[in-house]
Design a protein around this ligand. Structure first.
Ligand code: DGJ
Length: 705
């Protein structure tokens, strides 16, 4: 049979896919040359004894009918029939690094199209599969996944678990036998399992090893799995999951998987993050007018539901003095919203709280030179609301069942045209009436029994949410949106195509944030990571942190302040001003540079930095998370700068406690003497570290001379 091989070439990685006799990825990894017919023959697998008599390829949609006993790439049936399709190659369309490969099973009456794009600038691979029903009878789809093979040496996996106020916690495991699976059925991307993971060679680290990273861009339910077959081959599968009977295709109808974004790095996790960050910057986010990320003040932890326009204007005045550039009124501005028990759905201004309308506040904020933002939670409804009293049938629910509330609220059925239109009208009218630059779009509950007209409808709900965003963004292209779902419950690339920022976590504790933000940094660049300086006494953990540690922790994201500035001490306010000023100085670098996480022998110290793309400068933050393990902290080897250049080292911010004795008698010299060091020295020998007090941090800058 004719063989056909396509070689997609990236900047640092290549992908080789064979289309005949079956569609199978033969190679995905470091750049490779010598892709010749003989070379392809050289990787033809042997056939072991005691098994089927033929080779069993893991195709782009693995098939049981070809003797693959692992998880197939799709599952479904037509009233019990056509349940084991085998897809034969039909056509391939190629446009540079963009492939459309069509396969078909004529017996089962199904077409499967695999779309693959390797971005030649960033090396991010995009894949999705589309299944079409070719017969007149309806086809029920139970599963449809993207499958990507990995080499046998990729035997370690790093994924994320979490919960509300503790998102993006990494866990690692060996994948030697069986595999790994994570599933989210919470109806939103979830705090629990970020839909992404990395697999790599033994002991891969931030800076070392080969790593393959994956992200399923989807804001609904998902399943990710990593399989080790008994013959040692490995593959990853990513899919949106469906409830029973949720997806049925009539003749000619199709369903696509969400996009899977994947990246190969020969330089550890940092290389992978770099690929993803650059891809997000180029292809996912669209900031209106390409403007800088304005520093926020969000009112939530400052005043909660207690909205008094006079006082809010005082807060705004103080915020402007601190250097804040965007002022956002959070939950509590609309009719009857005095606590979290009532009023969601009634998106009309509370005229008891705002007797003169919202205009005085908006005008005041605008007059101070800041942008104005406002909070919404459009998908939700409280049973105690006018909307619910008028439309108890607008819920995403199953008739006849009493579903549990979450934060005293239910979810609206966005697939009902009247619900969609109501929300569109409310948001559109509010955005048209006031000078609003930003909407904080919240989503504070998990979804139970998502029923639409009796049918399972989470897939449709997720797509309807995207449609609502798309329609609003078309009508208000200058308005920015934040994806917030009790903090980090809806963080993924598909929602990011429609939004501009994430509220990373409701946990503003700087110590917890260090870990959460590091976890998020694997897939997301700093400019979309909402990071706010919270109060000295954290509302969520009751820990107390210095302004230094809070300020430096918030510095490396899209910065903001989350408190009532009117009530803060002069010392705290001076701190806010200092860190906001510092952030603004460093913002061009932080929001465009290469994020690096440095491998260090002591996990009590976390080192991260951002290096300018042209290697002209860098900032590094040394965060002491816990008591140092040793009496000295060793050297920090700051890799990533130009080895042939020299850099002037300056200390931008240091903990006051460092100079007051404690555990250190003498500081490393560079803390007090100007030093210029080569990029080669910084990477290989590094600089000696001071021992810092737990929960404090030190910031340095390196500038090419
Ligand atoms: C949850 C969000 O994460 C908070 O920041 C805040 O907006 C509250 N909801 C308001 O109800």
């Amino acid at each position: 049979m004719k063989e056909s091989v396509v070689h997609l070439q990236g900047n640092t990685s290549d992908l080789i896919i064979q289309t005949q006799p079956v569609v199978e990825i033969l190679y995905w990894g470091d750049k490779i040359s010598g892709v010749e017919a003989a070379a392809i023959q050289a990787v033809k697998r042997a056939v072991p004894n005691g098994r089927l008599d033929v080779d069993t390829p893991v195709t782009i949609s693995p098939e049981h009918g070809r003797g693959v006993f692992s998880s197939p790439g799709m599952e479904g049936n037509r009233q019990g029939l056509d349940w084991s399709p085998v897809f034969e190659f039909k056509t391939i369309q190629q446009d540079g690094n963009h492939l459309l490969i069509t396969t078909e099973d004529q017996i089962a009456g199904l077409k499967l199209v695999c779309e693959l794009k390797l971005d030649s600038q960033t090396d991010v691979l995009q894949v999705r599969n589309t299944l079409t029903n070719l017969k007149t009878a309806t086809y029920q789809v139970d599963r449809l996944a993207v499958t990507l093979p990995l080499p046998e040496r990729a035997d370690e996996l790093m994924a994320f678990h979490g919960r509300w106020v503790r998102e993006f916690q990494p866990h690692r495991l060996k994948v030697k036998h069986g595999g790994y699976q994570q599933e989210n059925r919470r109806g939103r991307t979830s705090h629990e399992y970020f839909p992404g993971f990395m697999q790599g060679t033994t002991s891969f680290s931030e800076q070392q090893g080969e790593v393959w990273g994956f992200h399923l861009a989807w804001s609904g339910n998902h399943r990710l799995r990593s399989d080790v077959k008994t013959d040692g081959r490995r593959f990853v599968q990513a899919e949106a999951t469906y409830f029973s009977g949720e997806i049925t295709l009539t003749e000619g109808e199709s369903i696509s998987t969400p996009w899977v974004y994947a990246a190969y790095s020969a330089q550890g996790l940092n290389g992978m993050s770099h690929a993803f960050h650059q891809f997000v910057r180029k292809q996912i986010i669209q900031f209106p007018d390409h403007k800088v990320r304005p520093v926020h003040l969000n009112t939530w932890e400052g005043i909660y539901f207690d909205h008094d326009p006079e006082y809010i204007m005082q807060m705004a005045s103080r915020a402007a003095e601190l250097g804040v550039e965007r002022f956002i009124i959070d939950d509590g501005w609309f009719k009857g919203r005095n606590n979290d028990l009532a009023a969601l759905g009634d998106w009309y201004l509370d005229t008891n709280k705002y007797p003169n309308g919202l205009e005085p506040v908006v005008n005041h904020v605008r007059g101070l030179g800041m942008e104005f933002g406002i909070w919404f939670e459009p998908e939700m409804i409280n049973p105690d609301s006018d909307l619910f009293r008028a439309h108890p049938d607008w819920l995403l629910a199953l008739d006849g069942y009493q579903q549990p509330t979450g934060r005293y609220q239910y979810v609206l059925d966005l697939q009902k045209p009247e619900v969609f239109d109501y929300l569109l009208e409310r948001l559109d009218t509010t955005l048209s009436r006031y000078d609003i630059a930003y909407v904080k779009w919240d989503m504070n509950r998990e979804v139970v029994q998502p029923g639409h007209d009796g049918y399972a409808a989470l897939d449709g709900q997720t797509k309807a949410l995207y449609d609502l965003f798309d329609e609003l963004r078309q009508r208000h292209p200058k308005v920015e949106f934040e994806s917030c779902a009790s903090g980090g419950g809806r963080i993924d690339y598909e929602i990011l195509k429609r939004t501009h920022r994430f509220w990373t976590s409701d946990n503003n504790d700087a110590l917890e944030r260090q870990q959460i933000q590091r976890g998020m940094s694997y897939f997301f660049p700093p400019e979309v990571m909402g990071s706010h300086i919270g109060g000295r006494h954290c509302h969520c953990t009751r820990r107390t942190h210095s302004i230094g540690f809070r300020g430096l922790t918030a510095l490396f994201g899209h910065m903001g302040v989350e408190l009532d500035p009117v009530k803060e001490s002069a010392e705290e306010q001076a701190g806010f001003t200092h860190y906001i000023t510092l952030h603004k100085q460093l913002r061009p670098l932080l929001h465009s540079g290469k994020v690096v996480r440095i491998d260090h022998h002591d996990p009590a110290l976390q080192i991260n930095g951002v290096i300018a793309q042209d290697q002209s400068s860098a900032v590094f933050l040394f965060s002491q998370l816990a008591m140092p393990t040793y009496t000295l902290s060793g050297n920090a080897r700051l890799a990533g700068l130009d080895p042939t250049k020299h850099y002037r080292l300056s200390v931008l911010d240091q903990p006051a406690s460092m100079r007051t004795g404690g555990v250190m008698k003498k500081l490393p010299l560079w803390l007090d003497e100007e030093m210029t060091l080569s990029g080669a020295w910084l990477a290989k020998a590094g600089i000696a570290l001071p021992v810092l007090d737990p929960e404090s941090a030190l910031l340095i800058k390196l500038d090419a001379v």
